[in-house]
Each structure stands twice: as C-alpha cells, then as structure tokens.
Design a protein around this ligand. Structure first.
Ligand SMILES: C[S@@+](CC[C@H](N)C(=O)[O-])C[C@H]1O[C@@H](n2cnc3c(N)ncnc32)[C@H](O)[C@@H]1O
Length: 293
C-alpha cells in the first residue's frame, strides 16, 4: 500500500492475494537482519507528550487534509477483499439472502465499490473519520442510497448504533484502519464494531505487520511508542504482531478464526529496490449465543 504521508513504496502493493507467487502466508513474522535490529533498537527517543496529544487531537483534521491533497487518487481498488468476500457470500443460508456489510474506515471506497459491483445482493454501510472521504464515497457513480449508507464517524467515540442497527451486520471489513488509531483506543473501536455485528458475523482484517519495510524507514523523531510511528503529514501507523492483534480482538469479545502474516517482496520503482512487505491478515467472529454462554 502506498504510505500516506510519504515513507512507503508504490500504491496498491498489498492487493495481491496471499496465494500468488512470491507471497507467503505464515504464522511467523519477518526476521530482521542484525543491522536492522540495531537500527530499530537505537531509535528510543519518543515524540514529546505535548506533540503526541496534539496529534491525537488533530487526527481527524490530518486525515481530512490527506484526502484534500490526494482526493480519490491514492489507494487502488482492493481485490483482496473481493476474494475473501467470495468465500463469505457462499455462506448465505439461502441464495436470495441480502448480505449486510460495514466497511469501517472506508476511505474513498476502494474496498466497497468492487464488492458492490460484483454482488448485487449486498447492502453496505461505510463510515470514515474524514468528512471529505465520505463525500468522495457519496459522489462515486456506483453509490446509491438503496444499496449504500455512508456516514462520518470516529470509531473510537461515536456509537455506530446511531446509524447501523445493533447486531445488523453480517461482515465488517477493517482494512488498514486500526493501525491509524491510537493503541489505547483500539479496543474502544473494536467494541463499537462488535455491537453492530450479528452473532456469528465475521470481521475481515488486513493491516501493517511488525517489521514491514515502512516501519524500518521511519526516521529518528517519528516514534510515538512501541511499534507506533507518525508520518510527515501527521497521520500515524501502528505495526501489528499476530499476538497483539488476537489479544485486542479477544478483549472486545471476538473469536479468532484466522490470523497470519502475509510476507511479500515488492519492487519500489522509484528507488529501484526490492522491499520486504509484511501485513497481518485475519478473521474474527462474533460468538453466537450458544458459544458465548
Ligand atoms: C489507510 S486509510 C484506509 C482506507 C480504506 N480502508 C482503504 O483500505 O482504502 C485509513 C482510514 O482510516 C480512517 N480513520 C482513522 N482513524 C479513524 C477513526 N478513529 N474512526 C474512523 N475512521 C478512522 C482514516 O480517515 C482513513 O480513511
């Protein structure tokens, strides 16, 4: 994925499915070289508390400015979700069953529009922090109120049940969003999502994994905490281990169904380099009543 705020490689890099050549899905993450380990170990100075508070206060503004600068041109359509969703839609209890999806942190809709095009019996709720991103979603020619409902929301603060019926969603997609949220607030976002997910419903997750190339590229002065960094444009990024991710979701009452690192090498054309990318791709389910009792 192209890095918002400029420390990463080319756009759309995470889209290739895990089954393609050159990409592996693994329960063990990337092993650092001794030099990389030293470099990360030396980066101990954290951004000041004052600046960290300012970044948190201005998180929405910084994402909105990101979309002001990039409009709809930054992220490419995400075909990974289309493939995963294929599997889920096969689970319909009856053929004409309408599936309801929530795309939490939808950006400009790169994940939802390919899905809406492919599955005509799908209703999508889509929310994002950035009012400008939501406006781009609504302006997309494929947006129609009969099949989509896009709204602005801070997943860590605004109760999703104001817009989405409690237990009314079959599938939630959470794609490169949790990493943008302060680690102290991630559980709040997951609890919020869990309330609108129906028992038996699924969360599809993909995000930055520990020791992704972009994590190692942050310059001194960008570190906010363990595995948490700020980009030049003020947007932030966390890099997940499988273990931490499982803990976070389980803390929000969701059960682990799949949780792997996706490791791949991508070519950074600008720098003429082959770079190791690490993502975490996971599925979590909301226990139905029999499982939770
Ligand atoms: C890297 S973008 C990914 C967008 C989209 N999911 C995609 O894959 O193209 C991260 C998105 O998370 C949104 N975001 C960050 N913090 C959020 C929050 N607290 N509540 C809702 N959305 C948030 C940002 O506005 C941004 O659109």
């Amino acid at each position: 994925m192209a890095e918002p705020g400029g420390s990463g490689a080319g756009a759309g890099e995470e889209e290739t499915p895990a089954s393609v050549p050159g990409q592996t899905q693994s329960s063990s993450g990337r092993v650092l070289t001794p030099e990389e380990r030293d470099r990360l170990g030396c980066d101990r100075v954290l951004v000041s508390e004052f600046r960290q508070m300012k970044l948190e206060k201005e998180a929405q503004k910084n994402w909105d400015l990101f979309y002001k600068r990039n409009s709809t041109n930054f992220f490419k359509d995400r075909h990974w979700t289309t493939r995963e969703f294929e599997e889920l839609r096969a689970c319909r209890e009856f053929e004409s069953q309408r599936l309801v999806l929530l795309e939490a942190g939808c950006g400009v809709g790169n994940c939802i529009f390919p899905l809406l095009e492919e599955d005509l019996n799908l209703f999508v709720y889509a929310c994002d922090f950035s009012p400008r991103a939501v406006e781009f979603v609504k302006q997309n020619p494929l947006y129609c109120p009969e099949r989509c409902c896009a709204f602005q929301c801070d997943l860590t603060k605004d109760d999703l049940r104001e817009k989405v019926p409690e237990g009314g969603v079959d599938v939630v997609t959470l794609i490169f969003v949790l990493s943008a949220i302060h680690p102290d607030k991630m559980t709040l976002a997951l609890q919020n999502i869990s309330r609108v997910l129906k028992p038996g419903g699924v969360v599809l997750f993909r995000d930055y994994g520990l020791y992704d190339h972009t994590m190692l590229r942050f310059k001194a002065g960008s570190k906010l905490g363990d595995n948490f960094y700020v980009r030049q444009d003020g947007t932030r990024s966390y890099f997940f281990s499988r273990e931490l991710l499982a803990e976070l979701f389980e803390g929000a009452g969701l059960h682990l169904a799949a949780n792997d690192y996706v490791l791949r090498e991508t070519v950074n054309k600008k720098e003429g380099l082959c770079v190791p990318r690490v993502f975490v791709q996971s599925k979590f389910t909301k226990p139905d009543r029999s499982q939770s009792s």
